[in-house]
Design a protein around this ligand. Structure first.
Ligand code: HEC
Length: 123
């Protein structure tokens, strides 16, 4: 009887520890997203109405060598539905950070980046 009581106490301590870890992970994800979307460049891009036709043209010149003319994937992955997998700030980060080589770091103007985003969202 006593053992059972002890066991259930240990379990609830474990559950608390697991919940704390989950809460911390969620907090870190939320904070890093906030931090990413709070850069002035990102804010500027997100405030613009992107032109998907211009975005398509930019894509064909800069991205299709790796991602394919139809964004179907070559060296780089297929980008269809990528906007459903990644948030807009995460897509901006992907294009401008250069943090996933061999994909290079791009420096599009906010207007060009907004156009690229609109194009990626049509895929
Ligand atoms: C030199 C080849 C190369 C070029 C040029 C390139 N990419 Fe990439 N791209 C990659 C590779 C490789 C990855 C996968 C990186 C990883 O996650 O490890 C990638 C990943 C991505 C992703 C994330 C895909 C996903 O499923 O998460 C996006 C979005 C993307 N690229 C968009 C672009 C855009 C837009 C351009 C043009 C401005 C571009 N890429 C130019 C190679 C390239």
């Amino acid at each position: 009887m006593q053992n059972q009581l002890l066991e259930s106490k240990t379990l609830s301590a474990q559950q608390i520890a697991v919940s704390l870890v989950v809460i911390m992970v969620v907090a870190i994800l939320v904070l890093s997203n906030l931090w990413r979307s709070s850069s002035p460049y990102t804010q500027e891009v997100l405030a613009l109405q992107g032109d998907a036709t211009l975005g398509h043209a930019i894509f064909q010149m800069n991205c299709s060598g790796c991602h394919g003319l139809q964004a179907q994937g070559r060296v780089g992955p297929n980008l269809h539905s990528v906007a459903k997998r990644k948030s807009r700030p995460a897509l901006i980060e992907q294009v401008t950070s250069g943090s996933t080589p061999p994909m290079p770091q791009f420096h599009p103007s906010p207007h060009e980046m907004a156009a690229l985003l609109s194009y990626l969202e049509t895929l």
